[in-house]
Structure formats: structure tokens, C-alpha cells
Design a protein around this ligand. Sequence first.
Ligand SMILES: Cc1cc2nc3c(=O)[nH]c(=O)nc-3n(C[C@H](O)[C@H](O)[C@H](O)COP(=O)(O)OP(=O)(O)OC[C@H]3O[C@@H](n4cnc5c(N)ncnc54)[C@H](O)[C@@H]3O)c2cc1C
Length: 463
Amino acid sequence: MKHYDIGIIGGGISGIMCAYELIKHKPDLEICIFEKGNSILNRRCPLTENRSEKCVKCSTCAIMEGFGGCGSFSDGKYNFTTEFGGWLNEYISSEKVMELIEYMDEILIKFGATTKRFSTHTPKARELRKIALQNDLHLLQAEVKHLGTENNLKIMTNIYNYLKDKLNIKHHTEITDISQENSKFLLTSENGQYSCNYLISAVGRVGSEWFTHQCKKLKINLTNNQIDLGVRVELPYEIFSHITDEVYEAKLHYHTKKYNDLVKTFCMNPRGHVVTENTIGVLTVNGHSYSDENLKSENTNFALLVSNKFTSPFNEPLKYGRYIATLSNMLGDGVILQRFGDLIKGRRTNEKRMKKSFTNPTLKSANAGDLGLVLPKRYLDNIIEMIYSLDNIARGTANYDTLLYGVEVKFYSARPELDNRLETRYPNFYAIGDGAGITRSLSQAAASGIYVARNILDRIDDQ
Ligand SMILES: Cc1cc2nc3c(=O)[nH]c(=O)nc-3n(C[C@H](O)[C@H](O)[C@H](O)COP(=O)(O)OP(=O)(O)OC[C@H]3O[C@@H](n4cnc5c(N)ncnc54)[C@H](O)[C@@H]3O)c2cc1C
């Protein structure tokens, strides 16, 4: 059985940054990243490459899995904030989290990232914040860096080329079981067994269900009761341009008058594209945008998500989200697309009605349908109220031809009990990134990886 000093399960940004920091300070460490997906050089999605009109549900999803993680085909919006994007500041001070994010940015710049940032602190952005507030919409504060989908992929490839000779990266190696024997961790995969002294789980949202199962087996306590569910909105770029030109991405939070539920804008992509993603076997929607002018679309897209925390006796939000997404897949044979005007009139959008739309959808594989048959009333009411509210600060949001794609689900991974070193109750076994339920963004996932690397380095020095 091959033995490593350090085993990292998952080659997403959290695992990558962890490995980078470890190898930078201790080049002699034997480290292995176990990644179930493809190498960054071979990740190909038939849908995004127009080789298929529909998601063909590949055995490993090139969008979600492979070196670079689910962030590789994202447009790389790196947020410099602790206001959203995770809960790392529940374990580490906010100052420390910001320092880790800044450090991560230095690494990205070294591998080719831009130094340009957008900010919500400029005079124009402050004016936007005021207008939003006057409409009971709350603009969260952040600096954001947009790498662009094509650049993000290049940067991940540069990092891969840097790391590949310094440590082991095992692709197509899905870890199926974790156990402990004589203070070593045993990892099982179809390709064989491995052992390691230090273990880091960095499995992302795609691996969170499996990791939850492992935690239950290892008697590590878990908590989770939240889900964000909603739609992706797509409209002409001009409607939001006064906001996106200034802050790039506006995270706007609103409590609806009807239910006092939190609805938020999320993942805003000026002149972007709507895409499907295969989340644990169901098709949901997401969005991204390129930085290359030639690859930009005419539209802006963003998610409108309703946050819901379930209370006793129900404690399976993942199942709930998957159930709604499965319903939408069943009715729409994939992702459903509806014009806002049709939704308000209580009628489905069909192909004939879609042809009348002034707004052209960027996601061609979505089928015209009726989200009213998919989303529970409370979610629909919340989304409709939020759209009218946004119309007050970006006139045209509530136009008839505003397109709604459904459904978008943000699953919250169950959170294992971790101490403030992000260590489980098993010494030398850590959990980082989105799969541990402690982050929900590239920046904080990366920061968690660097943080754990430093803790391990300290421990090794102390031995
Ligand atoms: C389309 C899209 C766009 C996005 N855009 C943005 C954005 O602009 N800005 C932002 O901040 N965030 C964005 N996100 C979210 C962001 O990508 C994640 O927050 C981030 O990638 C989390 O990093 P991670 O390392 O925790 O997990 P991931 O990136 O999900 O990586 C986990 C890796 O672990 C592997 N894995 C899982 N289980 C196993 C196993 N058992 N054995 C071996 N390997 C395993 C997976 O294959 C995967 O490669 C986007 C996500 C998507 C899907």
C-alpha cells in the first residue's frame, strides 16, 4: 500500500491551495491529491462544447469534477469579503480570513490573474447603495475580482503545471472509504488502497453527500438545515448596466413583505451565459461570463434565491432541493425556461410564445415551460415580489420578457463538527472548502485550504 505524509481528497481550489502552501514551505513532504475527475487538460463538457444539445450525464461531470474543482469553468469571481461566500469567520477571526484571501490573491496573480478589482466603496457605488436602501434592498459590501471563464481556466492550468512535478496528483481516483488504523488514515478507491499521516477532505459540494456518510460512519457530529432555492434571471445587459459597470456583481438582500423571507441576488454575470450543471444527478442552472469581448453575450444573468432553514422534524434539506429540481427536470425534460410575463399571467411559456420574446436565451437547451408547476407557492411569491422590488432600482427587471430558468439550487453541505483549526475529532484529519459546509465561494474555499496547510506545517515543526 502506498503511503503519503499528507493525503488530500479533492482537487478543487481548497485542496489545490492547501497543497501549494504545504509544498512551498516543505518541498520534501510526500503529498497526494486524489481527484475523481479528469486532469485540467482533459476536462471537456459535451454541452458547453456544442457537441450535444442536452446534458448527457457523463460519469464524471467535467463542469463539477476534475483538477480545479467546480470552479474551473466558473468565471472566477473572487470576492474579498467575509460578508458572504462562507462562514470561515465563525472559526477564524474576520481579519485573519481577509489576510488569507489577500495571500491567495498574490498566488493567483503569480499564475496570471489580473490585479483589477471592482469595489462597493466608490462614490458611485455608495450612491447605488443609497438608492437600494431607499427600496429596502441591501447591497452587501465587497471588492470583487473577475478573472473571466477563459482566464480562470488558464490560471488553473498554470497552477497544475507548477504542482504536477512537486507532488502526486491522482486523477480518476475516487476515494470511496475513509478509515483509521494505528493513527494512520486508510483511503480506499477502485484503483487500490493508500494510507497517510494527515488527511484533508476537500470534496466540494459534489462530494458532500459522500463525506456526510463518512462522517456518520466515523461518528463525527454534523449540522445542516438550510437550502437556497430559486431561479436564474436573464435580461438585457442594459437593465443592470448602471450597477454591474460599477460593482460588477451586486449582492442584494431583501426580506419579502409577505413572508419576511430572505431573497437574494447571487452570482451576477454581466453579458454572461446561463449554463446547466449536473448536481448529484439532477440538472440545475448556473451562470458565468467571459472577460474576452468577443465571447460576451447581450444579456446579464443572476440567481434569485430564497433562503430557507428547516425546523424539526425535517432535517434533510438536500433531499428537498433535489426533489424540486427533479420535478423541474421531469416536467421540462431538463431545465425549464419561462418568461416573467407568462408566469404572472399564470400560463406556461411554450415555443410559440418564446419566439415572441425580445430577450434571446443564452442557454439553448432549456425547454419552455411553467415554473408555477414546479416551485412551491411560497418560493414563487417571494421571487415575484423580489423581481418587482428590483424593478425599482433597475427599471425593466419586471419586463414581460425577463427570462426565468429553473431551478437553481444552492445546496449547503452538512457541516462536520470542527475546531478552530478546522480539525475533526480525529487528530490530523481536517475538512475544508464547500464540502465541509464552511465555505461557499472560491476565495473562502482557497483561504480554508491555506489555513489548514499552515496548521499542519506548525504541527510538523513542533514534532
Ligand atoms: C458554474 C459555477 C460557477 C461558479 N462561479 C463562482 C464564482 O464566480 N465565484 C465564486 O466565488 N464561486 C463560484 N462558484 C462556486 C465555487 O466554484 C466553489 O465555491 C469552489 O469551487 C469550492 O471549492 P472546493 O475546493 O471546496 O470544492 P470543488 O471546487 O467543488 O472541488 C472539489 C473536488 O473534489 C472532487 N471530489 C469530490 N469527492 C471526491 C472523492 N470522493 N474522491 C476524489 N475526489 C473527489 C471533485 O471531483 C472536485 O473536483 C461557482 C460554481 C459553479 C458550479
